[in-house]
Design a protein around this ligand. Sequence first.
Ligand SMILES: NC(=O)c1ccc[n+]([C@@H]2O[C@H](COP(=O)([O-])OP(=O)(O)OC[C@H]3O[C@@H](n4cnc5c(N)ncnc54)[C@H](O)[C@@H]3O)[C@@H](O)[C@H]2O)c1
Length: 388
Amino acid sequence: MTTSRVSTPDRREDTRYAVRPLDGITCVRIGYGKVAAIHEQFLRGAGVATLAVLDDEAERRAAAVGDGYRVVGSLNEASELSPTFWDVCASTASHARLIDGIARVNPAARILIEKPVCDFADIQRLRMTLARNSLQIVVNENYFSSEVTERVRRIAFEELGLRPKRLLVEMTKHRLRDALSGRFMDHALGAFGYEGPHLVAIARQFIPSLSEDDVVGASLEDTAVIDEGGPQKFQGQGGGTIRLVSREGIAVELYTSLLGVPRHLVPPYTDETVRLLRSGDDVRYRMVSVQGVDRTGRELSVAGFYEPIVGLLRGEGAVAILSDGRPMRFVGPFADDTMRLHLIRAVRHLCDGAPNPCNVETAIECVNLLNRARRLAGAVLLEYEETG
Ligand SMILES: NC(=O)c1ccc[n+]([C@@H]2O[C@H](COP(=O)([O-])OP(=O)(O)OC[C@H]3O[C@@H](n4cnc5c(N)ncnc54)[C@H](O)[C@@H]3O)[C@@H](O)[C@H]2O)c1
């Protein structure tokens, strides 16, 4: 999308980002990897001070020391610093164990934890920890805090009175480089493990009742790469589709491609977007589209585009209204930094009692839905299988 094809920019001050200074609020960060750096940037910007960092790996601890952080060696030591909340940015496989460990040193701890809340296999353990303690938890499923989603809903349902028949959510990015580094390799959920929680989060804001019982079909695609070790096949890690039919009879498709292959390309996205996606540049195609009949009986669709959008700035979203697949009206660009907004809402919940933007129950339902799809897809996710 190029800016020239979008209507007058709507960059009104968004008061949701204007946080009251969160002075005196502190956290301890567990896990000092990629996402931790984003948390630090946004939370520091909101006035939250990081007291210390805890990481399993010596290399990551050394990096934290190099960046000027105090590094602690245990949850006990971290608890002695009395953080306002714990910021869990560690790998998903450790989430349930870490929540349990935090509860042991502080049964009333306030916790911000990355998505997905835990692996499917750990849900019972997590539930037991929750039952025995009075933890307050927000899950950082940032697509529960998107202005794009909000505007698509408002335009579709309030403005146009759309009766939805179909909902599509897509997240496409070329992640081969990440896959080769082992970063995007999920042996529990396959390709559903990365953008899957985001896809479900978006869909549930249109259809809140959407659950694992609504899944009617699912498939996963493999991917193969050639690196120094020769050709390798990554089963179920290339992409996937989940089909659902909601109680209301709305057909839902959730699609993700980790190979940069878009499926639901909506104008004004062009061949150039496809070329950029295939080239593996840092380009994504992330969209939602709700299709149905408006008050006047017209078949319409309202599509929302999440950042980063080709031709727009980072943190900008846009919406298009289409008839017969042709755009009739554009709205945007407008500010939509879901990560920053969700983190701010999370801290407000933990410290000020504002509504929880994603509680544990909701996050568990997302994991359950993805697990049902993963089982239906039937792929056997072997260790990196040699193909040559
Ligand atoms: N919200 C989003 O959009 C988003 C984006 C990327 C990742 N994530 C989530 O963030 C989490 C971390 O992802 P990442 O990409 O930063 O991974 P990463 O591998 O870069 O970092 C994870 C860090 O956690 C550390 N760690 C693992 N187990 C630990 C334990 N028991 N105690 C202390 N440290 C431990 C590792 O040593 C590593 O440094 C995952 O749950 C992932 O799903 C969310």
